[in-house]
Structure formats: structure tokens, C-alpha cells
Design a protein around this ligand. Structure first.
Ligand code: MSP
Length: 502
């Protein structure tokens, strides 16, 4: 049994979960479920990123301790996932003791190896932006982003020798063209690596930021939150094994948004190289969900809050829309009209209708049992070839997460089924008394049910609940239909979304 271990980013608990968090997690869940479907021992980890300035600030604003804040806010994430049918294997929190110890041990190793050094750094510090600026970046002597005053700070910090690994990283990316997906993101990283890489400041003085993992070799400092966060991918699974006994690390996929490409494709691999660990096998970066054309994560000006769609229309159609609408890698727009159009045309019209027709005709003509086919001819072979193509396509393209295309192939098989029903007109065959028509009816209903069974199975990673209901409606088990399966109760799985007339 092949193995699969994927990760989502761990989310900052300074905010409530929104469409961005939901999408990355649904995408990772769907990919993991596909691997399970295709026989992998598949697992994914998600969790929360609990240290750092953002979280410290969020707690201060609420007038509570950071620990109290993270205990509360991490639950918002943990509680959302079952609601979105997310079947994660483990939920990590970076305030857990074992994680803190893992990060401290690794920093000590790097320090002992001479990979970390301390240096005085001085520059213009902006309290608002929590970062240093070069003299040349200032606008009228002020912070170029917030426009607020800056102060001259002289600070000691610890640096990781990231620059030392620049050429090795470039070579690795060139030799492993599939490491960063999609390929235009690889080119972005290579472009970034054309400039000399600086060393990475991996500490924050406690006087400025107290909420972090203490640096083991200097009690005046805590660890920079990204070093802490990235190591979750290993610390969270270090004691776990796949069923065949092999370790989880290296991960097969880090699934991330495009905004955190540099941290995952430059900071992380260079730290890994310095530690002598193995690199993850792939980093897959998806694009942004836009609402009204802007990088909105919550309610837009028009009042669209994507997360409300889960309650209004159901979790499975929400998941379907996210997976079908976004070409992994590119940005996509969350618009009400396209949501309604997709659900009505793909799910209510194509899949829902096909299923209802087959179910109803089988119920009335064969006593609620799938008939055995009598004579399969060219028409049936052609129809089934769509299902075979979809299955093959899914197996070949899951590895690169080309999910919108996979869904399109599956829906093609369902459309082909509806065309086949129009041509063979089983409702007419059902009225005939001739044996050859009765035989043809059995063949048509059997073949139609088998095409649906395959489509339902292939869509189950995306819509687990609805597809389980669909499977029960057909009375299907694990393998191909044989005839004789007893139908379950008929249900309208995908009611059309009726828009109110103006
Ligand atoms: N804590 C860091 C990740 C550390 S991983 C070792 C972080 N957290 S985050 O909560 O700010 O964001 C997490 C993810 O949400 C990112 O992958 C980001 O791309 C994604 N999204 C946030 N808003 C988004 C959209 N509007 N659309 C799609 N995804 C976006 O970064």
C-alpha cells in the first residue's frame, strides 16, 4: 500500500476562520480522500499557529492572556472542520509542549553546528509594522506603509546562515522541476533566488515580543514565529508511522496559498538542509479567492460571505463549488451567480436528474432491483468508455491536484449518460410489450446505474455525504454492479436553487 502524508498551513489564531482557511483545508481533505480512494494509506495534518506578534496583539486587544486567547480561538478552527466534512488525521497546536521542545532542540543543534550566529543590527524600526526599514525605503522620514514615525533601534539578534544554502537550493529546484507546483510558482521562486539571499533573523528580543518559544541558548530571546511554525510539519508526526511501519516524514505535499511561497520554498528547505533532514516531496501553492475582484476573505461590500453558503446550501455543494471553480494555482472569484449556475447545472440538472431517472425507472419496472444487462452493444461500450476515461484521468491527475479538470471529466460521463437516456428513451421502452424492448430496458438501466455508480464513487472525496446517499440509492457496494442490488429510498440529492424573481 503506497503512503501519503499532506499538510495544510497552520492558521494564525488572531482571527476567526474564513474562506481562505476553509479552501486550503477542503483542498487538502479532498486530495487526501482521493489518495485513500486509490488505495493509499493517506493522512493529513492541520492545526494552528499560536505564537508571534499577531496573536500577542489580538490577545492584548481583548485584554486577556495570550494562552487564554489561543485556547479559545484554536477551538474556532477545530470546531469548524467537522462542519466542513474535514477528515484530518491530526490537529497540531504550536503551544503544545512536545512541539516547543522539538523547536528548541533543533535550534540548539543548529547553534552547536555553527549555523546560527548573533549580530548587532541597527535600522529604522516601525512599531506599527513591526519591522525594520532601510533609510532609502522611508518616505519623508516615516514608515512607507503606515506613514507613522519610525525610531532608530540598535538590537542584537540571532541569524541563521540561510545564504550559505542558496546555490544548493537553486540546484535542487532545477533538478526537481516538480518540487514546486504549479510551474509558474517555481519560476517565481527561482526569480527571487537570482538576488543574493540574506541570512534569516530567527530571534525576537523578549522586550519586544514575549509570546514565543524561548531560544534555548539565550533567555533574552524568543524564536521567530515562522521557524516555530514550519517545524510543525515534522514535530506533529515524529512519533507516528504509516501502516507499513515507515515514518511520515518527508511529507508528500505541503498545500499552501501563494502568499506563503517564500517561507515554504526558501526558509523551510534551507533550515531542513542545515538540519540534515529530508526535503518534502512537493509544495503546492494555490491562488486567492476574490470577492468582487478584491482579496476579500470575509463579507464583501455586496454582503457575500462565502462561509454563509455552508449553512444556506449545504456543506457538500459548497465543497463542490470550491473544487470545481478554482483551477489550482490561479485566483478564482466567489460570486453568487456562478455558485447558483454551477450547482443548478452540474448537480441539479446533470447528476441529480440522471440519478432520479435511473432510480425511478428501476423502481417502477424492476421492482426496485437493478436489472442484469441482457445485451451490451456499441452504445453501452461508448457510454462506459466515458467512465473509464474519468477514472483513468482522476488517477493520473490527482498527483498534481488538477481537480477542476478531474471534476469536468466525471461530469462528462454524467452528461453522456443523460444523452444516452435521451437516445434510448427507456420511458418509451417501458411501455412496450415486446421482449426485445424489455431486454433493452434492462440493459439501459443497468448501464446507466453503473455509470452513475462510478461517477458517485469518483465524486465522493469532494461530496462525501451526498455521494454516500447516492450510493445507497443505487444499492451499490464496493465493486461494479452485478444486477440484483436493492435500491435505497429515492431522494432529491440536489434541489435546484430557486432565485427570487425581482
Ligand atoms: N500561520 C501562517 C502559516 C504558517 S504554515 C507553517 C499563515 N496563516 S494564515 O492564517 O494567515 O493563512 C493561512 C492560509 O490561508 C494561507 O495559505 C493563505 O494563502 C490562505 N488564505 C487566506 N486568505 C485567502 C483567500 N482569500 N483565498 C485563498 N486563500 C487565502 O499564513
Amino acid at each position: 500500500m503506497p503512503n501519503f502524508y499532506a499538510t495544510t498551513p497552520i492558521y494564525y489564531v488572531n482571527d476567526r476562520p474564513h474562506i481562505g482557511h476553509a479552501y486550503t483545508t477542503v483542498l487538502t481533505d479532498v486530495l487526501t480522500r482521493y489518495h485513500k480512494l486509490f488505495g493509499y494509506d493517506a493522512f493529513f495534518m492541520t492545526g494552528v499557529d499560536e505564537h508571534g506578534q499577531k496573536v500577542q496583539k489580538a490577545a492584548a486587544t481583548r485584554g486577556i492572556s495570550p494562552q487564554q486567547h489561543v485556547d479559545e480561538y484554536s477551538e474556532h478552527f477545530r470546531n469548524l472542520w467537522p462542519k466542513l466534512n474535514i477528515d484530518y488525521g491530526y490537529f497540531i497546536r504550536t503551544t503544545d509542549d512536545y512541539h516547543k521542545k522539538f523547536v528548541q532542540d533543533s535550534l540548539q543543534v543548529l547553534y552547536d553546528k555553527g549555523e546560527i550566529y548573533s549580530k548587532e543590527y541597527s535600522g529604522w524600526y516601525s512599531v506599527g509594522e513591526e519591522r525594520f526599514f532601510e533609510e532609502s525605503e522611508l518616505v519623508d522620514g516615516k514608515d512607507p506603509i503606515s506613514g507613522r514615525a519610525v525610531e532608530w533601534l540598535c538590537e542584537k539578534n540571532y541569524f541563521f546562515k540561510m545564504s550559505k544554502y542558496q546555490q544548493r537550493l537553486i540546484d535542487y529546484i532545477n533538478e526537481n522541476p516538480n518540487w514546486i507546483l504549479p510551474d509558474f510558482r517555481r519560476n517565481e521562486v527561482l526569480g527571487f533566488l537570482k538576488k543574493p539571499l540574506n541570512d534569516l533573523c530567527i530571534s525576537r528580543p523578549k522586550s519586544r515580543l514575549a509570546w514565543g518559544i524561548p531560544i534555548p541558548f539565550d533567555e533574552e530571546f524568543v524564536t521567530y514565529v515562522w521557524v516555530d511554525a514550519l517545524e510543525n510539519y515534522i514535530s506533529g508526526v515524529k512519533d507516528r508511522k504509516h501502516k507499513d511501519g515507515s515514518p511520515f516524514w518527508p511529507a508528500d505535499f505541503h498545500i499552501i496559498g501563494k502568499d506563503i511561497l517564500t517561507t515554504h520554498c526558501i526558509y523551510w528547505p534551507t533550515i531542513i538542509m542545515a538540519m540534515g533532514w529530508e526535503l518534502p516531496k512537493h509544495v503546492l501553492a494555490h491562488g486567492w479567492w476574490l470577492i468582487d475582484g478584491s482579496k476579500m476573505s470575509k463579507t464583501s461590500g455586496t454582503g457575500v460571505n462565502p462561509m454563509d453558503y455552508v449553512d444556506t446550501y449545504g456543506v457538500d455543494v459548497f465543497r463542490y463549488f470550491l473544487i470545481r471553480e478554482m483551477v489550482v494555482g490561479l485566483d478564482a472569484t466567489f460570486a453568487h451567480d456562478s455558485f447558483v449556475r454551477r450547482i443548478n447545472s452540474d448537480l441539479a440538472n446533470d447528476l441529480g436528474n440522471g440519478l432520479n431517472r435511473i432510480h425511478k425507472l428501476t423502481l417502477t419496472n424492476f421492482d426496485g432491483k437493478i436489472p442484469a444487462p441482457v445485451e451490451s452493444g456499441e452504445q453501452e461500450a461508448e457510454l462506459l468508455s466515458y467512465s473509464q476515461k474519468a477514472t483513468q484521468f482522476a488517477k493520473e491527475n490527482i498527483g498534481e491536484a488538477k481537480l477542476s479538470l478531474v471534476v469536468e471529466e466525471i461530469l462528462n460521463s454524467v452528461k453522456a449518460l443523460n444523452r444516452y437516456l435521451e437516445i434510448t428513451a427507456p420511458w418509451k421502452l417501458a411501455k412496450s410489450t415486446e421482449q426485445k424492448d424489455k431486454d433493452k430496458l434492462a440493459t439501459v438501466l443497468y448501464t446507466g446505474a453503473e455509470v452513475l455508480r462510478i461517477a458517485i464513487s469518483l465524486l465522493s472525496p469532494i461530496m462525501p455525504q451526498k455521494m454516500e446517499q447516492g450510493r445507497l440509492m443505487l444499492g451499490a457496494g464496493d465493486g461494479p454492479l452485478k444486477g440484483g442490488e436493492v435500491l435505497g429510498k429515492g431522494e432529491a440529492l440536489f434541489p435546484r436553487i430557486q432565485e427570487e424573481k425581482e
